[in-house]
Design a protein around this ligand. Sequence first.
Ligand SMILES: [Zn+2]
Length: 430
Amino acid sequence: MDLAIRNARVRGQRELVDIAMEGARIVAVGPGLGGRGDELDAGGRLVAPGFVNLHLHADKSLLGEVMRPNASGTLPEAIEITNDFKRRYDPEEVAHRAGRVLEAGVQSGTTFFRLFADVGTIGGLRAARGLLLSRERYRDLCRIQVVAFPQEGLLRDPGAAELLDEAIREGCDVVGGLPWYEYTDAEAREHIDICFALARRHGLDIHMLVDDTDDPNSRSLEYLAVKTMREGYHGRVAASHCGAMAAYNDVYAAKVIDMVATAGITISVNAHINLVCSARIDREPRRRGIARVKELLARGVNVVSSQDDVNDPYYPFGKPDQLEVALMMAHTAQLTLPQELDQVFDMVTTNAARAARLDDYGIAPGMRADLVVIDAPSVHEALRMQPVRRHVIHEGREVARATLSCELRRSVPGGRKGATGGAENGASVN
Ligand SMILES: [Zn+2]
């Protein structure tokens, strides 16, 4: 073997295990494995497959550093502010900003990113070209897919459909969509039809941003589900946000959730974004504006959570760190029981990997050696403490490492003189 992680706490395993890797693959998992090679000692810490961030607007990331603040906090104003800048996009500049975010993401344990590139008549193909550049430049650190995403709509932005086709020819991996943003329901449906035609022509999967509004009449998810079933695209479609579902009446919501489950559509709920952007015109009580996560889970829908935005006019925060995303999800969807914390952890790992159809994802022989060693003994502690990622492995090679040292300095006689190694989280792991 080339590399082994010793004494790893792996979900679903009763005892600590070693994980042996050869090249880019895991070759053995079990207690006390023999063999020689480089070694990292997890010391009983939680080891998970690398986080999967299925929805990240890397072309717009960090624009908060250069643009005016979003005064209303709403999505329409965010779109308007960004358009000013997009007219001046340059692929090198886009790749540079994306690179800063990718590096931070890898340091927090993410080894797979699905990046959304705005494609339309305002920015042309410049954002897509920038993200395709970063896909090449960061091959050694992570895996990247680029989504050709029509941020200004397709019917609302004549010429965008042709540009989408061109972006795919230039190398984009996934067909994006934004049907709810069209002017009418009929055009929203036409938007979805265009996306499916493109996906079929190029043999690609689909990831749309759907019903990202508090309007209970925004119902493009229903048509997306019908279309997915009729086109036989089961398991190949993801829909982000779907916040309008929170405003649907219970009977209609149950019907749509049932259709989503039958169609095998993944729902990506980026709860922290909606907490900031949705329900801005509510007085009180103020809605959370997120899709009905518990009802989706109960119906067996594949639910994912992703970073979405990093310091841009839509959202001023984001490290980006999928553990932080998971923690926000746990709060917003009120997932707090032990088994619910596991569900939340799945949303940034296995569920997201399933949506991206990564069939070599997981900790088992034959799987890709993409791993993260979290400085915590359990999922609960990982979420609670948000500790450093001790080691990040991509394709069998360590690509990032971190330690944190905190010292408590007491003045009381006999008081313990400080602990090192990350205070509480260090103390709970040997
Ligand atoms: Zn988004």
